[in-house]
Design a protein around this ligand. Structure first.
Ligand code: SF4
Length: 331
């Protein structure tokens, strides 16, 4: 059976010889299909109507390998990878293929925790995944509001998966996998305001669902190929607010947002004391990649040498100085 692996993962597994600026701490795998995905998300090169490269997802290349070589690579290098993340695409029989893949992981007795990031499915399928040893499930809303969802990946894109179906499925996943073992993703830069992004983060925090933050990244051949990446200052504020909400140090109701029309609900005050905020910023943790434990997605949204939306490893003093500069108007 074939499967894709991110080029960084393949390098860590000894399947490619490339120099890595940062090594992934999770093995990122993507289901293989020779047809495009049945869904039609406007940012995704795998989408039904995309003309982008089939071996692309966000900024990263995903060559194809035999599942056996991947499993073998993970077994021999198990200590370096702390998680395995299988990302799904939808095609006829994709659920059967997914179960086959995780079944093979289960047979190989790999003890590395397994996440499946998938489209909405039934409780029975979630249960099968769990029985095969999957420890976490991700259902990616990607968009902060139902309106943006409809525009970017829902009804307006001809998709049969509605926001309501996503909500139902994530609740089913929560029932099967339990609190804090279900995740979603939020892509910043799809038209949401900071207030809407924070409302989304709070809503899922309240339900014990982890949110991984991504920065929108235009990919050639997709509908949104000309859409800009989010403003780095705005991304930093959202990262910081996400961290504070998760740490129980603030909440949506304590955060103040601008009322000026041109500032589009920008965060004005995080609802915590300035000294504490300064201290938290200087640790650098809020600006690391977020999501499942040990997910670092190196250079998923950023080009080396450009703005680092998500840092894949500990920030240096220099990184923290750059981050602080981008937050100067907000603290
Ligand atoms: S947060 Fe990382 S490990 Fe978790 S589902 Fe998303 S990409 Fe996979």
């Amino acid at each position: 059976m074939k499967i894709r692996a991110s080029i960084g993962t393949a390098a860590v597994l000894g399947l490619e010889k490339i120099l890595l600026q940062a090594k992934p701490t999770t093995a990122y795998l993507l289901m293989y299909s020779n047809t495009n995905c049945l869904s039609n998300c406007s940012f995704c090169p795998q989408a039904k109507e995309s003309e982008g490269r089939r071996d692309g997802l966000s900024r990263v290349l995903w060559p194809t390998y035999d599942l056996d070589e991947i499993i073998e690579g993970i077994i021999t290098r198990e200590t370096r990878l702390k998680r395995i993340c299988i990302q799904t695409i939808r095609y006829e029989n994709s659920t059967e293929d997914l179960l086959e893949i995780i079944g093979q992981f289960s047979e190989s007795k790999i003890s590395t925790p397994l996440t499946v990031c998938c489209y909405p499915t039934t409780k029975e399928i979630f249960l099968k995944m769990k029985n095969f040893g999957v420890s976490r499930v991700g259902i990616s809303f990607d968009c902060a509001t139902p309106e943006i969802y409809n525009e970017i990946k829902g009804k307006k894109r001809g998709s049969d998966i509605s926001w309501e179906m996503m909500e139902k499925s994530i609740q089913d996943a929560l029932e099967i996998f339990g609190k804090r073992f279900v995740s979603t993703h939020l892509i910043i830069g799809l038209g949401e305001t900071e207030k809407e992004a924070i409302q989304f983060l709070q809503k899922f925090y309240d339900q014990n669902i982890t949110v991984g933050l991504f920065a929108f990244t235009p990919v050639k051949g997709t509908t949104l190929e000309k859409h800009p990446q989010p403003d780095i200052e705005s991304y930093r504020r959202i990262q910081l607010a996400r961290y504070l909400i998760n740490a129980g140090k603030t909440s949506f109701s304590k955060i103040t947002f601008s009322k000026k029309v041109e500032q589009r609900d920008q965060i004005l005050d995080f609802g915590i004391k300035k000294e504490e905020l300064e201290k938290i910023i200087s640790y650098g943790k809020p600006f690391r990649t977020s999501g499942c434990p040990h997910c670092n997605r190196p250079f998923y949204n950023e080009s080396p040498g450009k703005d680092m939306y998500n840092f894949p490893s500990e920030l240096t003093e220099e990184d923290i100085a750059v981050v602080r500069k981008s937050l100067i108007d907000s603290i």
